[in-house]
Unconditional design. Sequence first.
Length: 249
Amino acid sequence: MQRIIGFFFIAFIVVSGSISCKKDKGTAPDMGYNYFPDQVGKFVVYDVDSFYYNSFTSHIDTFKFELKEKIESSFLDNQNRPTLRLERYVRNYNPAVPYSSMPWTLRDVWAENRTVTSAEKVEENVRYIKLAFAVKEGQTWNGNAQNTNDALTYSYQFFDLPRTIGGVAFDSVLQVNQQIESSIIFQKQYIEKYAKRTGLVYKQVIDVDSQPNPAFTPSQLAAFYAIPILQRVTSGVQYTYIYNSSGTE
């Protein structure tokens, strides 16, 4: 009797393990591809604010506009890879005219590729690796691996977290730290945030220098450095993209 009970117990374990393996094989891991949609016709509109600091005139040029990025079509590139044509349109801010009354003006055309292992974007003829798949903790990669710039280590600050951007609540967002460096005379901060099923929803670029006047006395120099660097910029650029809306057309 004990042998019979033992036989059925072993058989139960084997069958249960077989069913479990079949279930595991049927569940594909989430690689994070939804963070970089590739649907033709999909678009995202951003509110953009930018500041350019002119070191020669000490003047700050400010620009405010709406930017629309639309996946217009797909084609095969010279490596026979599916490639997305990304058309970028702008509407420049005018306090007397609402954006909704302005036509979109084509600004430039970029390209994107989503492969099994990465999401790539060609910006002004320079190809960057924006995301690395699978999206996971500790993932790092060279964002400049496909261009001639110096190697630059990108990494995920977080992923799959809820965030509110541009007043819109997203259930799953990731942040890519592309470059974060600072000292008392410069600051570089390049970050991007992506939302599942939407794509890029936030971008911040801070690349500024803060050089003191060579004629400063020691006390003036100390007072200069005591001021936060973004309040004493002498040259560089700073701009942000903030999600406004999205859709398909």
